[in-house]
Design a protein. Structure first.
Length: 343
């Protein structure tokens, strides 16, 4: 069997495709077709492709047609997740595959292109990894996955005499998702508390060019704070995260990469739905979460968000659910996580 899996959105969405990709590898070959505007496929660049299949990029239908050896290939099944189920991608799936499996069909898709589509609608309360596996068996639930379902093997990465470090990502969602953004002043206070409790620990601050505004704040904190914002490639990040004793961040791409490479995490959760995107649901001992759950939560998830207060997460007047979290709620969890492997 020949399968195609579309990578069309952020890093986290690419990570959540891993259980599906691994399952498909058991019965055939997998081609990953990326049209992600964030270049999310690059997160897999230095990893074992025996697990993930072959990566072939295409940023538009025109680009895809230019890949002449592939345009002639007929895939038995093409898989497109909720974020990728655009009219353009579904038409492309129709052209290259015998069957297209997706979780939504846009209203403006011509009936002709719907003929090959098998719709597997999302189910409220299931983790995104389970939602993807339901493309193969719609009866599956969260018992089908755990944290190891997402595991990415990057080999032995620890360097001799390397000081122990943790990683943080103060930004999230390319700075366009305020319901995920914890105030920078709170981050600074948290790092100060961590340095007081663990003076020998290095804190590596990660992020891309959308997070550059944070760099100046952390660069003034001294030698034990290593600011790597916009200084690493996506392909380098799995190695950095796998060497970390702990990663702290919001519902963001790097938090999901950290989980996939086996690093302990603490999620600072705002309006996102941890039932859909959370690692604590996969392994509650290794992955902890800090959350102020309000009546309007979750205001952000792609399927049936809570609209009791606002129509869209961006419209929230105060983002109290995440801005109200105090560093003192997180520091004790840092201690738990850092001592957990020594037990």
């Amino acid at each position: 069997m020949k399968y195609a899996v579309f990578i069309t959105s952020g890093i986290g969405n690419a990570i959540f495709l891993i259980p599906l990709i691994k399952e498909l590898r058991k019965t055939g070959t997998v081609t990953l077709i990326s049209s992600s505007p964030f270049g999310s496929e690059r997160i897999f660049k230095n990893l074992s492709h025996t697990e993930l299949g072959h990566i072939k990029m295409a940023t538009s239908i025109v680009d895809y047609i230019g890949l002449s050896p592939y345009v002639l290939m007929k895939f038995d099944r093409v898989f497109i997740d909720y974020f990728g189920a655009s009219r353009k991608n579904l038409i492309l799936g129709h052209l290259i595959g015998k069957q297209v499996i997706t979780s939504q069909i846009p209203r403006n898709l011509h009936p002709y292109f719907k003929a090959k589509i098998k719709l597997i609608a999302p189910i409220l309360g299931l983790h995104e990894g389970s939602q993807m596996l339901r493309f193969l068996d719609s009866e599956l639930n969260d018992s089908a996955i755990n944290a190891t379902s997402f595991h990415l093997n990057i080999g032995e990465q620890k360097e001799l005499n390397q000081k122990r470090y943790i990683t943080i990502q103060p930004g999230a969602g390319n700075d366009k998702t305020p319901w995920k953004i914890w105030p920078v002043g709170q981050w600074i206070k948290l790092v100060q508390e961590i340095r007081t409790a663990f003076p020998e620990l290095i804190v590596k601050v990660l992020g891309d060019n959308s997070d550059l505004a944070y760099a100046g704040y952390f660069s003034q904190m001294g030698s034990n704070v290593d600011v790597l914002i916009d200084k690493t490639s996506l392909a380098e990040l799995p190695k950095i995260l796998s060497g970390s004793a702990l990663h702290i961040g919001a519902d963001s791409g790097l938090l999901h990469v950290a989980g996939a490479v086996g690093t302990r995490t603490i999620t600072i959760c705002g309006g996102s739905d941890p039932e859909l995107f959370g690692w604590q649901k996969l392994d509650a001992k290794k992955h902890l979460i800090v959350q102020h759950k309000m009546d309007c939560h979750p205001c952000y998830r792609y399927y049936l968000p809570n609209r009791s207060r606002v129509e869209a997460a961006n419209d929230c007047p105060d983002f109290k659910c995440i801005r109200g979290i105090d560093p003192s709620e997180i520091t004790p969890l840092v201690k738990i996580q850092l001592f957990a492997d020594a037990e």
